[in-house]
Design a protein. Structure first.
Length: 399
């Protein structure tokens, strides 16, 4: 009985399991069919959302960049002044170091001035000698001028005496013919007339000689005056040379590329240092195809790589009349060989509208990315880059 029971029991279980299998299989199949559409709907929603995001980003990029021109071929530019001496001398002292900020007119370099001080003293002595010669020639001119008056007076007296002697001789000649006087008186009056005439001739020669002396004195005075002016010029030149022993800062700015030490021997034209004034601007090399809508005066937003997260306000000031390649040392010769068209770039000058204090951090050569707003036409050029003022080259004050 136990065996039959045990034999029957698995069969019942098997029957039950067979009875359940179709239903359960149907339920499983139906549940699988129901879940498949849900999976498809989620994927479609995801793809749709992704497409919307991409289209929105593309639309935003187009709207934010349409009407703007930009380039990464742009740099901060500034004046760079090379300071050099005008004389040869040893360096006595320096009053600056690398990257120092200096003011206009500030003493930077002092050269050994002893040779030039001696030259100035010699020039001053030569000037004193020339002034003495001028005074002497002036006095000599006054003396000969006074002597001319004396000899002219002597000539007038001699002429008067000669006229009187000639009158006496003529009267005595008539008297002698009428035998009123004797031969001795007649000969005496004739001799007096000849002596008086000789005196007149002698006085005339003395007047001519004195005139020559006056001309000579005048020429000596002119020579002495010229020597005095030459000596004065030599003194000024010596003072100027002495002033070159002190080199002053021609502008406000920062010292760069210091190439000098105390004790060095420097020569005219040798670059001792470079000075960079605080005035900066941007030179952007735009492609020629980007210049269609760009005009002078348009506003520009400038991003500096060294100062991320900040946009500087600026404006387009000018465009170079010629591409960059046209002004290279060896311009391309497109008329020779095979020609390959290359898009050229044109340098564009962009001037900042920011206050000078906000531009202190900008240095020449830093990379920037300008963004020119071509929506607007040319604006009034209220801010324009001004040229540097006259440089401070030294002082002509002597010791």
């Amino acid at each position: 009985m136990s065996n039959s029971l045990s034999a029957t029991l698995p069969g019942d279980l098997k029957t039950k399991s067979q009875d359940r299998s179709p239903a359960e299989g149907h339920v499983t199949a139906s549940s699988g069919k129901r879940r498949e559409p849900k999976r498809i709907n989620r994927r479609g929603l995801f793809l749709f959302a992704a497409g919307v995001v991409v289209l929105s980003a593309a639309a935003f990029w187009f709207l934010s960049n349409a009407g703007y021109e930009t380039t990464d071929d742009a740099f901060v530019e500034s004046h760079v002044i090379q300071v050099s001496p005008k004389i040869s001398a040893h360096v006595k002292a320096l009053y600056f170091d690398d990257n120092y900020r200096v003011k206009r007119g500030e003493l930077l370099i002092e050269l050994d001035a002893r040779d030039y001080e001696v030259a100035l003293a010699s020039a001053i002595a030569n000037l004193a000698s020339a002034q003495g010669k001028l005074t002497e020639s002036e006095a000599q001119q006054n003396v000969v001028q006074a002597g001319l008056g004396q000899v002219k007076a002597d000539l007038a007296s001699a002429r008067a005496t000669a006229e009187n002697a000639e009158s006496d001789f003529k009267r005595n000649e008539q008297l002698y013919k009428t035998h009123v006087i004797d031969r001795r008186e007649y000969d005496a009056s004739a001799a007096q007339a000849k002596t008086a005439a000789a005196s007149v001739e002698s006085a005339s020669k003395r007047v001519a000689s004195q005139d020559a002396q006056i001309r000579l004195a005048s020429a000596q005075y002119v020579t002495a005056s010229a020597e005095e002016k030459q000596a004065e010029t030599q003194v000024q030149q010596a003072k100027l040379q002495l002033s070159y022993t002190k080199i002053f800062s021609p502008f406000d700015g920062h010292v760069t590329k210091k190439n000098i030490e105390p004790g060095n021997y420097v020569q005219p034209g040798q670059t001792l240092l470079s000075l960079v004034p605080p005035d900066v601007w941007v030179v952007a090399n735009f492609k020629e195809t980007q210049l269609k809508k760009m005009k002078v005066g348009q506003s520009v937003s400038v991003r500096v790589d060294a100062l991320p997260g900040r946009d500087f306000k600026a404006h387009l000031e000018s465009m170079q009349f010629g591409t960059g390649s046209r002004f290279t040392l060896l311009p391309p010769e497109n008329a020779t060989g095979n020609f390959v068209k290359v898009v050229q770039r044109v340098p564009v000058k962009i001037v900042f509208d920011e206050a000078p204090a906000d531009l202190e951090r900008l240095s020449a050569g830093e990379s920037v990315e300008p963004r020119v707003d071509t929506h607007r036409s040319s604006l009034e050029q209220s801010h324009r880059a001004a040229p540097l003022p006259a440089a401070i080259l030294g002082t002509t004050e002597g010791p």
